[in-house]
Design a protein around this ligand. Structure first.
Ligand code: GLN
Length: 570
């Protein structure tokens, strides 16, 4: 097991306390003190992964390089840290049981009765140990759900046992809890926290550190009371206040409260001071924007805050690169069907159509794209957003009114988007799409090249359908540019519309690789174009500007606090 230390993060009182963000912040602070970290999350639900779950239920599905479809908290891990994430970074009850049942069928258990303790808990512990190693200082394991949930029990039992296996001195238990403020009594209430810690202690876990989410500052009396009742020293009662500006404030406020110092001391880690200069610069830009820009995200889950999580984050990063605040307008694609694009989109500087599945809301997305193309509003299409851009072009430029994707109409006379060959015979759902990081070759002289400034980029995919190559010739003749393909040239990965200030659509998901300190080049480019439209209303196209100066417009590429190009290297 070597020298690896373990941090376990649990949550109490209510869900949605920001356990993922807090875990990501802890990982980031340790990493920025020079430690090597790994992160993982256990999700107590029975689905094998969130890939088949509705965004209404679960929010966004976050895709990793290796193609695993994971919980959106892993997006926070990647945005805050450089810890390598893989299939081993997200486990569900369904996956754990699948492993146990597979072993049972193989006869691995030699006639024993297979039980939650020890067989399921052993499998959970094996998943934790998998991330440990000689080159890893700390593994941070977040337990999804709330203490007291029936589903969480095996995970909590496993992390309790884990300290017995590797030694108490090598483990640290951090419990995130809520201290509600009761207006009627004008008081912060500590009782729910006492109860949730009580529940943890009942199963044998004494938390070492309590992180207390609160909307009001915790006074010395409240901290002393929590410490006494929960059996922790006062210094281990850490306040985490609600953030006014940005989630990216969380790590800095935890530093101010001494959390990283405490963790390092408790685990006996040798670590330097945290390097946070670029992060402070990031916060400075978020707090003091020089510009404002309005971007519409037109999707069918507009009302759900988490359904396009990484897209909203990546737009913010694009804003940071330009010292701009991006005002995101979440527009329901079906509202566009009812009320028209003109009415809902007239005031915006940029339009983004994200990915999705199924027919609902498709026509509204197509109308939004038409509006962006005809009114010369900067447009970024992602995955289904690119497919809709192709359909829109076919219908309104080529005049093929019945053009469609075979996902929505199998019998369309113009199947401009059709099933990938590799998808033809697949009947199983779950993990069967074209998934994960694939290379894209960038065509010189295009807007894509101006943004990426690299000939080959790696981007993550999650789709079954693609551009139908039978139509490539006709489309390009009519003014559509194919600006990125798979290295063999067979799959269209990026398209652009000529004679438009900024119209780019991609078959992959750039939002998964954007970081606050290194905005994804396409998001920096898109927000830059939107900003240019707002500040210098002009009819120049991107290529006209490039042709004059030879160089890409710096207004479009922006200046991230860090270097944006790192985002798309392998
Ligand atoms: N439904 C489309 C496909 O399967 C797009 C998927 C997506 O946007 N992620 O190809």
């Amino acid at each position: 097991m070597g020298r690896t230390k373990h941090i376990f993060v649990t949550g109490g009182v209510v869900s949605s306390l920001g356990k993922g963000l807090t875990s990501a912040s802890i990982g980031m602070l340790l990493q920025r003190r020079g430690l090597s970290i790994r992160m993982q999350k256990f999700d107590p639900y029975i689905n094998v992964d969130p890939g088949t779950m509705s965004p209404y239920q679960h929010g966004e599905v976050y895709v990793l390089d290796d193609g695993s479809e994971t919980d959106l908290d892993l997006g926070h891990y990647e945005r805050f840290t450089n810890s390598p994430l893989s299939r081993d970074s997200n486990w569900t009850t369904g996956q754990i049981y699948q492993e146990v049942i597979k072993k049972e069928r193989q006869g691995v258990f030699l006639g024993q009765t297979v039980q939650v303790i020890p067989h399921v808990t052993n499998e959970i512990k094996a998943a934790i140990s998998k991330l440990a190693g000689d080159d890893v200082d700390v593994v941070i394991t977040e337990i999804g759900g709330t203490v007291g949930d029936i589903e969480s029990q095996p995970f909590l039992e496993a992390i309790r046992q884990f300290a017995l296996d590797v030694g108490k001195e090598n483990c640290l238990y951090i419990h995130l809890t809520l201290i509600p403020y009761l207006r009627a009594a004008d008081e912060l209430k500590t009782k729910p926290t006492q109860h949730s810690v009580g529940q943890l202690r009942q199963i044998g876990i004494q938390p070492d550190i309590l992180i207390c989410r609160t909307e009001r500052p915790l006074g010395p009396d409240e901290r002393a009371k929590i410490a006494l009742f929960c059996n922790v020293p006062v210094e281990a009662v850490i306040e985490e206040r609600d953030k006014d500006f940005s989630i990216y404030e969380v790590p800095l406020s935890l530093v101010d409260r001494g959390l990283d110092e405490l963790i390092v001391r408790r685990l006996g880690l040798k670590a330097g001071k945290p390097q946070l200069d670029d992060w402070r610069e990031l916060l400075h830009r978020i707090r003091n924007p020089k510009h404002e820009v309005a971007v519409a995200v037109v999707g069918k889950y507009a009302e759900h805050r988490d359904a396009y999580k990484s897209i909203y984050e990546a737009l913010d990063h694009g804003g940071v690169a330009h010292y701009a605040q991006v005002r995101i307008q979440r527009i329901h694609s079906q509202a566009i069907e009812r009320e028209g694009a003109e009415r809902l989109l007239s005031g915006v500087d940029g339009i983004l159509v994200p990915g999705g599945f199924g027919e609902r809301g498709i026509e509204g997305k197509i109308q939004a794209i038409r509006f962006a193309r005809e009114k010369r509003i900067p447009f970024l299409g992602i995955c289904l957003g690119m497919q809709c851009a192709i359909i829109e072009f076919a219908r309104n430029v080529l005049g093929w009114q019945a053009a469609n994707s075979t996902e929505f109409n199998k019998d369309t006379p113009y199947p401009v988007i059709c099933l990938l060959d590799e998808q033809m015979n697949i009947t199983h759902k779950g993990g069967t799409m074209r998934l994960g990081a694939k290379p894209t070759k960038i065509v010189p002289g295009t807007t894509a090249e101006a943004c990426y400034r690299q000939p080959l980029v790696w981007e993550r995919h999650r789709h079954r359908y693609e551009f139908n190559n039978a139509y490539r010739e006709v489309f390009t003749q009519a003014g559509l540019t194919v600006s990125g393909t798979s290295p063999d040239g067979k799959l269209v990965e990026i398209i652009e519309v000529k004679d438009h200030p900024w119209f780019v659509a991609v078959q992959f998901h750039p939002e998964f690789k954007s970081k606050p300190t290194a905005a994804h080049p396409l998001f920096a480019g898109f927000v830059g174009a939107a900003l240019r439209r707002r500040l210098v209303p002009t009819t120049y196209t991107d290529s006209e500007i490039r042709n004059e100066g030879g160089e890409a417009d710096p207004m479009l590429t922006g200046a991230p606090p860090n270097n944006g190009e790192e985002a798309v290297r392998r």
